[in-house]
Design a protein around this ligand. Structure first.
Ligand SMILES: [Zn+2]
Length: 362
């Protein structure tokens, strides 16, 4: 079976393939139902497959769908790992936990956000404290999501964005747009004002599967940044903290870090890393990555996100415009061609082995 076979065309198809592969591999499977439905009235859930001893001291956790529709990629990687014999390669005293579609609503609806328009990877802040400020976003918001998506409306909005770039530069623009904001609930990269369903679900899974472990390796599959088909391994902890050092030791010198300015990603706060920081026992060895696969140039990805948020605010489900902008979302976060899927899965398998090798040394 070629690597392209691991990737499915819909959330429901991806879920079915993952569950079948998990069962065939002899995994223990648990499904956590989401309260809402998909666009075709399909059931939504986060599904979890666990391989290896119940009391394993070492755990490799790999997760898909943090950013909803990016899950087409991560799901294919997980299903491929199961089908291609991950279960038979486990080192002693090691378990693998595959968390499929942690944001199933976004996955099924082809959105990057959760059902409440929250960027899950900005949602793990302490909501009892004042939220991080992002004044640049407030300035950009009306231009990012114009009231009219017609030619004139977008031309005016694009002039507003271009003026910001002219004043502050491209890097500041990317940071203001994608660094996370907590003021505009209908906006892009909104971090939310309370822990969302997917946040609470991940925390529960970390407690159940990782809290008793002595060592944890984590890979979170993402798409939409960097060169097409390349998987950038992005450390999700602070530069040079013990976890960041371990991440580079286990996953290799090409590991980047947004906080050190070496990544294609903006600096972000409130990421899924906090679920591990809060949920693991003190002293647990932790190495955590976002494996970020490139699709289209950043400008086109942001354009697709603007269109999707425009649809959420002003669009008509099922309209020609809806279908066109959803097709742009899919192209922005997934590669349809065999070469993309093959290179994506090959990279995922490589990094899964690095995770297991690292745990074997722990
Ligand atoms: Zn992502």
């Amino acid at each position: 079976m070629g690597a392209t076979q691991h990737f499915a065309d819909s959330y429901a198809g991806a879920r079915t393939a993952f569950l079948a592969a998990a069962e065939a591999a002899g995994a223990a499977v648990e499904s956590l139902p989401h309260p809402l439905k998909g666009p075709d009235n399909e059931a939504l859930a986060t599904d979890v497959a666990r391989l290896g001893p119940a009391q394993a001291r070492k755990v490799f956790l790999a997760m898909s769908g943090t950013h909803g529709g990016e899950g087409y990629c991560g799901s294919g990687c997980q299903t491929g790992l199961l089908r291609e014999g991950l279960a038979t390669r486990l080192p002693r005293d090691t378990a693998v936990v595959l968390v499929h579609a942690i944001n199933p609503h976004g996955f099924a609806h082809l959105r990057r956000v959760t059902e409440d328009n929250v960027d899950l990877n900005r949602n793990f802040v302490d909501h009892a404290k004042p939220h991080p400020a992002n004044p640049g976003y407030a300035e950009l918001h009306p231009h990012l999501i114009p009231t009219d998506w017609d030619e004139a409306g977008r031309a005016a909005a694009d002039r507003g964005l271009a003026a910001f770039v002219a004043r502050h530069g491209g890097a500041a623009y990317q940071q203001a747009v994608s660094g996370g904001q907590y003021t505009h609930a209908d906006g892009l990269f909104f971090g939310g004002r309370a822990p969302t369903w997917s946040n609470r679900t991940l925390r529960a899974l970390v407690a159940r599967h990782c809290a008793g472990a002595a060592a944890v390796a984590f890979i979170d599959f993402h798409t939409g940044l960097g060169p097409r088909g390349y998987g950038e391994p992005i450390s999700i902890t602070d530069p040079d903290c013990p976890a960041d050092k371990l991440t580079r030791a286990w996953f290799g010198p090409e590991v980047t870090n947004p906080m050190a300015g070496t990544s294609t990603s903006a600096r972000v706060v409130g990421t899924v890393a906090e679920a591990f920081a809060d949920g693991l026992a003190p002293g647990t060895a932790f190495a955590g990555l976002a494996l970020e696969y490139g699709t289209l140039p950043l400008g086109q990805v942001l354009e697709a996100l603007r269109g999707d948020h425009y649809l959420a605010c002003h669009g008509t489900p099922g309209s020609a415009q809806w279908r066109e902008l959803k097709a742009r979302m899919r192209a922005a976060f997934y590669g349809e061609e065999a070469a993309w899927k093959t290179s994506v899965f090959t990279r995922a398998a490589d990094f899964a082995l690095r995770a297991l090798d690292g745990l074997a040394q722990a």
